[in-house]
Design a protein around this ligand. Sequence first.
Ligand code: ATP
Length: 250
Amino acid sequence: MSDDVDVPESHPRYASLVTRHRIEAGVEKGITSRQGLIAQGRGEAYDYLLGETTIDSADAAERAAAAHLLGADDPVVSVNGNAAALVPGELVDLAAATGAALEVNLFNRTEARIERIAAHLRDHGAAAVKGLTADGRIPGLDHERAKVDADGIGDADVVLVPLEDGDRAEALGEMGKTELVVDLNPMSRSAEVAAVPIVDNVVRALPNITAHARELREPDTDLDTVVAEFDPDDARAAAEQQIRRAELDD
Ligand code: ATP
């Protein structure tokens, strides 16, 4: 997917415009849904108020997420249409660094779109992509949205869900899964139910989780301590305060 945008890199909104362009290109390629454009707009507004930076509490959450993934028996990274358009290579790198499986998991599920996303991830180096077998179900959701792979999200103990919708995040939590959620809105239901709410843009969060995972893979690292030291309520509160403190330039 091309990052060609008609603005110089020195433009103050360059990163945001590139991100927007990737989502648009994702829609054109049939990877991202049109609702994904709306979700992107919501995310941009929060990111603007956060200062378009990884705040300290988000960095701590990214480290805790890396520790959870490394310590899991069956970790899965869930991939939706926005994440596939924005960070395909970074998803593949994270899966490789943590031993997690990649599973395509769509709100507006169609076989064709899952196939296209799986192919897109394979183009970016993914060896295996789950999501097409769809022989498992998440209890409490309607038929299409409940579908998962039994040996993927169905069996997972830890699931990283970038940009999950609130209903499904709640339902996964009720299944007893440890959820790691990337969502720029610290007040969303997805962030509220997460063991690790990562209030950061997925384009910054994913590579930073991978960097933490590479560092935490060193022998003798006490993953349990990293996990225990993280407090999800504190992380959401810190992000909310940061958003409320945002000031106008003079
Ligand atoms: P709730 O969880 O409160 O039910 P929702 O499911 O209705 O919310 P959506 O409208 O689907 O939420 O929006 C998706 C969420 O993803 C928003 O909270 C938005 O902030 C977040 N989001 C969008 N783009 C990004 C991004 N690039 N990085 C991180 N988060 C993002």
